[in-house]
Ligand binder design. Structure first.
Ligand code: PHB
Length: 388
C-alpha cells in the first residue's frame, strides 16, 4: 500500500499520469440589462452542450464562471477579463457579445496564456487582435456579402445603407456597398447611426426621401433591432414600395412575435435559423429550449456558444488539460464538424468559422413566424478578413 502510494506520487511528480483537475472557463456577456436576452442565449447554448456531452473531458471537470457585461464597455471588459484570468484562474475565455468588448480583451490573452473563443462579436478585424482568438459566430462581411448579390438578382438598382456606427456596422456597410456596386448597383446614400439611437423615425424619413428602392440595414441584435423593425413598419416604408434587406440580426426569432405580420416576407441572410432542418439542429433546439425555459426566446447567440463549447472541449482534449494556449489554438485550426447550423470548419488561416450562409424569408408556419431558409450559399469564409 505504502509502496503503491509512493509510486503514484512519483508518477504524478514526474508528470507521468494526469491528475483529475477542474478547468474553469470564463464567459463574459450581457446577462442583465437591455441585451440580457442575448446573454441568456449564450447560457442556453452552454447548458445545452453540457446536457448533451456532460461536464467531463477525460479526467478533468469543466466549470463555467460567468461575468456580466450589460453594454458595450471596453474598459469593463478588460477589467473583467483580467479578473477572470488572475482572480479566478480561468484557462479559457469565451462569450463577448459586442465587438469593442472582444477587442479590449484580445491583447490580454498572450500574457495570460489563455485562448478566447468568441461566441458572437462579428467584426472581421478581431481575428488580427490576437493569435489566440477563435470565433464560432459569423462576421457581418460574411453575412452581408450574399445579400448584395440577392438584391441585384431581384432587380434592385438603387439602394441606401443604414448601419450602426461601430465595427460590425461599418463592416456590413462595406460588404454590401462592395457587392452591390460590383454587380452594377448604385448606392444613393450611406447613413451611420450612433450606437445609442432609439428614435428611428427621422432615419425612416431619410430612407423615403433618398429615392432608393431598397434599404440595406444592420444594427446589433437587441432592443435597437426591434425598434428599427417596428419603425420600418409604422412609417409605411413597405407601403411606399421600399424593400428591406438585412443580415439576420434584424429578424432574430425572439423578436418575430412582437413584429407580427409586419415582418412577413422580409429577406435576410444569416448563418443560423432556429427552424434549420437537420437532425443536429433538432437535438440542439430541444436541449437549448429546455435550458432557456421558453423556446420562443431561443436565438442565434445560443448556437455560437454551443459550437464554442465544442471547440473548447477539443482544445482541452488536445492539450490533455495542460495550460498551453498556443497548442490549444493550433489543435482546432482546420477542425470540421456538423453544427446545428450546417457543416462548419475553423479556417486554419484566420481562426474564423467557415459556414453556409442562408437566404431566409420571414414566413408564417403553423401560426408561428420563422426565418424560412430558401437558398444556401455554401462554405462561406470571411471576405472581410485581411492578412495582417
Ligand atoms: C458586435 O458587436 O460585433 C455584434 C453585436 C450584435 C450583433 C452582431 C454583431 O447582432
Amino acid at each position: 500500500m505504502k509502496r503503491l502510494t509512493l509510486l503514484a506520487l512519483a508518477l504524478v511528480l514526474s508528470g507521468g499520469v494526469a491528475i483529475a483537475d477542474t478547468i474553469k472557463i470564463g464567459v463574459v456577456g450581457p446577462f442583465s440589462g437591455p441585451a440580457a436576452q442575448q446573454g441568456r442565449n449564450f447560457q442556453a447554448g452552454i447548458d445545452a452542450w453540457l446536457a448533451l456531452n456532460g461536464n467531463k473531458i477525460g479526467n478533468d471537470t469543466i466549470e463555467i464562471v460567468y461575468r456580466d457585461l450589460p453594454t458595450a464597455d471596453p474598459a469593463k471588459s478588460a477589467a473583467l477579463t483580467r479578473d477572470l484570468i488572475v482572480g479566478e484562474g480561468v484557462r479559457y475565455l469565451a462569450g463577448y457579445y459586442y465587438t469593442p468588448d472582444a477587442m479590449a480583451a484580445a491583447p490580454i490573452l498572450v500574457e495570460g496564456n489563455v485562448p478566447m473563443v468568441v461566441f458572437n462579436a462579428a467584426t472581421s478585424a478581431i481575428m488580427n487582435a490576437s493569435p489566440y482568438v477563435v470565433r464560432t459566430s459569423f462576421t457581418t462581411w460574411q453575412t452581408s456579402t450574399p445579400m448584395a448579390a440577392v438584391a441585384r438578382e431581384r432587380g434592385i438598382k438603387k439602394a441606401i445603407t443604414v448601419v450602426t456606427d461601430y465595427g460590425p456596422g461599418v463592416d456590413a456597410e462595406s460588404a454590401f456597398v462592395k457587392g452591390f456596386k460590383d454587380a452594377g448597383g448604385e448606392i444613393v446614400a450611406s447613413v451611420r447611426m450612433p450606437m445609442n439611437t432609439n428614435d428611428f423615425s427621422p432615419i425612416m424619413q431619410r430612407i423615403k426621401d433618398s429615392g432608393a428602392e431598397a434599404v440595406f440595414a444592420f444594427l446589433p441584435s437587441g432592443p435597437a433591432t426591434l425598434g428599427f423593425m417596428k419603425a420600418f413598419a409604422e412609417n409605411g416604408l413597405k407601403k411606399a414600395g421600399i424593400t428591406l434587406l438585412a443580415p439576420g440580426d434584424l429578424t432574430q426569432e425572439s423578436d418575430l412575435p412582437a413584429l407580427g405580420d409586419s415582418a412577413l416576407g422580409t429577406l435576410t441572410t444569416f448563418h443560423y435559423a432556429v427552424s434549420h432542418n437537420s437532425p443536429e439542429n433538432k437535438a440542439f433546439v430541444e436541449a437549448a429550449s429546455k435550458a432557456i425555459g421558453d423556446p420562443a426566446n431561443l436565438t442565434f447567440p445560443a448556437v455560437g456558444a454551443y459550437d464554442g463549447m465544442y471547440v473548447i472541449s477539443k482544445m482541452i482534449e488536445a492539450t490533455k488539460g495542460k495550460q498551453d494556449a498556443k497548442a490549444a489554438v493550433e489543435a482546432v485550426k482546420g477542425l470540421s464538424w456538423v453544427s446545428p447550423r450546417g457543416p462548419v470548419t475553423i479556417d486554419p488561416q484566420n481562426r474564423h468559422i467557415i459556414q453556409n450562409i442562408y437566404l431566409r424569408e420571414v414566413a408564417n408556419e403553423n401560426g408561428k413566424s420563422i426565418n424560412k431558409e430558401i437558398r444556401t450559399f455554401e462554405k462561406q469564409g470571411d471576405p472581410g478578413w485581411k492578412a495582417p
